[in-house]
Write a protein that binds this ligand. Structure first.
Ligand code: AMP
Length: 287
């Protein structure tokens, strides 16, 4: 595995790979790898001849009140883990190179970012689409792999690629979970033992929603109030949103169908966790 820092070196490498007729799959990450990240890398290896993993904690997608400075980092461990997954390039751009002093451009996808996490975290998705757009231009991948854990992010990236006519195939990977069902996340390390067990209410809520839909319940309002009760039963857990939306448009649904997604964001202590499930048939991956 080769480690590349300079943006120009990354682009040079990509140009040579493309000139030789080979394909590139990109996995954008913010590091502190867990099994979810590794599954994305493996999928990238099945899609293309060469796998590039970018690791960049993107300041632009954090609000001033959010956890940028305490975001977990362990480059040595991440490097070892990526190497074991047959990653070809670990791309580590610096903040100064990505956002040089007179840097001013933003990429914003309207509409689809006005709901769910976009509503709760103003500017977040603009930061995400801006950095992903830059990575696409620097690396020129044929494929880019994103996790369905960040379901809205995946939808926003797909919309950006469609709207801007990028010739890149966006591939979603199912949510990878811990053995007890908690969705893997770099942020889980913030949880105390007590919070970690309370965090399971997200998965329990999702299991409940799927079971009720399978039993014929289609009233989104009813199901959301049941989910609210399940989550609120845990002290110290607060709800950011419980939503049922169309999987493509992200518009709210009043009647649940197989194209609906239930999406949750809750705060367990000081840690914001998200999870979601497709109400129709779906395959999820466990580590
Ligand atoms: P992050 O480093 O948190 O920005 O995540 C990098 C990529 O990994 C994103 O596309 C995430 O959606 C994906 N990802 C993170 N956690 C999981 C998970 N538990 N299952 C599947 N994909 C994930």
């Amino acid at each position: 595995m080769q480690i590349i820092h300079p943006l120009a070196d990354m682009t040079h490498w990509s140009r040579e790979v493309i000139a030789s007729g080979k394909t590139i799959a990109l996995v954008p990450t913010m590091g502190y790898f867990h099994a979810g990240h590794l599954c994305l890398m493996r999928l990238a290896g099945q899609l293309a001849d060469q796998v590039v993993v970018s690791l960049f904690v993107n300041s632009l997608q954090f609000a001033p009140s959010e956890d940028l400075s305490r975001y977990p980092r362990d480059l040595e461990r991440d490097t070892r883990m990526a190497e074991n997954e047959n990653v070809d390039i670990l791309f580590l751009p610096t903040d100064e190179d990505m956002y040089f002093p007179d840097y001013n451009a933003r990429v914003r996808v309207g509409g689809i970012t006005d709901t769910l996490c976009g509503k709760q975290r103003p500017g977040h998705f603009e930061g995400v689409t801006t950095v992903v757009a830059k990575l696409f231009n620097i690396i020129k991948p044929h494929y880019a792999v994103f996790g369905r854990k960040d379901f809205q992010q995946l939808s926003v990236i797909r919309k950006m690629v469609k709207d801007l006519n990028w010739d890149i195939e966006i591939v979603g990977h199912p949510i990878v979970r811990e053995d007890d069902g908690l969705a893997m996340s770099s942020r889980n390390m913030y949880l105390s033992a007590e919070e970690r067990s309370k965090a399971l209410c997200l998965y329990n809520a999702i299991q409940h929603a799927k079971a009720r839909f399978a039993d014929g319940v289609t009233d989104a309002g009813l199901l959301k109030s049941e989910i609210r009760d399940i989550i609120s039963a845990n002290s110290g857990v607060s709800i950011d949103y419980i939503s049922v939306v169309d999987k493509d448009t992200l518009f709210d649904k009043e009647v649940i169908d197989s194209q609906s997604v239930m999406a949750l964001a809750v705060r367990v202590g000081g840690t914001r966790l998200i999870d979601n499930c497709f109400m129709g048939n779906d395959t999820e991956t466990r580590s």
